[in-house]
Design a protein around this ligand. Structure first.
Ligand SMILES: NC(=O)c1ccc[n+]([C@@H]2O[C@H](COP(=O)([O-])OP(=O)(O)OC[C@H]3O[C@@H](n4cnc5c(N)ncnc54)[C@H](O)[C@@H]3O)[C@@H](O)[C@H]2O)c1
Length: 291
């Protein structure tokens, strides 16, 4: 019902429109809007974690499985997911491995169909798959640019778009996007920094569009995390791994580099039922202030 706002003061008018917005949101999403009355669905949920064959994605997949979610461990090939799936199932959790290229629309559609059929509709998505193609701008090829945009941004878009209808149907969803401290600018990473800053804008927009359906979207922006990705960077700059770790740790307030579990812990919070009022945020998990 539209309130009659004729003759109202500006303040009353603003309040009236706010009430209309509120009632429209209630009608369209049937999401309770009063604190403490949010319906909690505690049945087992399905999560998709992309790039979960190793590194941060593997740790996130294992943590979400330990939290009780059934996890689709998605990576470029099914074979590359085997170690993560085995670690989850050996610990008593539920997981399947799915081979897909997140930057390819048909591949993502097929993967999500498989996940729905084998594990149930996904309501948690962690867009973690990533690649580096570092170079100074004058040496950066169009392929370097496109490949990075393709995996990080196009990939996150395709996977989230494919999964969102299941979240909206369930009136519950959690999208967690991997950004990076590089979003603030990093020499040699024009492509990667742009993609990781883009992940933040993508996250905030999802939060605005999907909030009324019980879906939150948040980004985690890790600092230096010891994985194969940072090992490859050490090689590229010609440093021994130990030396590279020590040099990076020296610039981090907590005096150590991060581990994949540090990111998994943050992802576990964002995926939890209790985090339903936290949306559109970027959490820097970097051992000290970044933004
Ligand atoms: N390691 C860090 O210090 C760090 C810092 C900030 C952000 N991140 C981000 O965290 C995420 C994970 O990083 P990581 O260090 O674990 O990297 P990683 O290289 O160890 O793992 C990335 C995984 O993504 C997979 N992948 C790549 N392209 C894919 C595609 N097209 N489709 C499906 N899977 C694909 C790879 O096969 C790999 O298993 C990335 O988005 C990365 O940009 C990492």
């Amino acid at each position: 019902m539209t309130p009659d706002v004729r003759g109202a003061t500006e303040r009353d008018r603003v309040r009236s429109y706010a009430l209309v917005e509120l009632s429209t949101a209630r009608e369209s999403a049937e999401t309770p809007v009063v604190a403490g009355k949010v319906e909690i669905v505690s049945e087992r949920r399905t999560a998709i974690v992309t790039g979960a064959g190793r590194g941060i994605g593997a740790a996130v997949a294992q943590r979400l499985a330990a939290d009780g979610l059934a996890v689709a461990v998605l990576d470029l090939t099914k074979e590359s997911t085997a170690d993560t799936v085995a670690a989850i199932t050996e610990a008593g959790g539920t997981a399947i491995g799915v081979g897909a290229d997140v930057s390819d629309e048909a591949s993502v559609t097929a993967a999500v169909d498989t996940i729905v059929a084998e594990l149930g509709p996904p309501t948690v998505v962690v867009n973690n798959a990533g690649i580096l193609r570092d170079n100074l701008l004058f040496k950066m090829s169009v392929d370097d640019w496109d490949a990075v945009m393709g995996v990080h941004l196009r990939g996150a878009f395709l996977v989230t778009r494919a999964a969102q209808k299941y979240m909206v149907e369930a009136k519950f969803g959690r999208v967690i996007n991997l950004s990076s401290t590089s979003a603030l600018g990093n020499r040699g990473q024009a492509n990667y920094a742009a993609a990781k800053a883009g992940m933040q804008g993508f996250t905030k927009t999802l939060a605005l569009e999907l909030g009324k359906f019980g879906v939150t979207a948040n980004a985690i922006a890790p600092g230096f995390i010891a994985t194969d990705m940072t090992k490859a960077t050490a090689q590229r700059v010609g440093m021994e791994w130990d030396e590279f770790i020590a040099a990076n740790a020296a610039a981090i307030p907590v005096a150590r580099v991060g581990a994949p579990d540090d990111i998994a812990h943050a992802a576990s919070f964002f995926a939890s039922e209790g985090a339903g009022f936290v949306s559109g945020q970027v959490l820097y998990v970097a051992g000290g202030p970044k933004d």
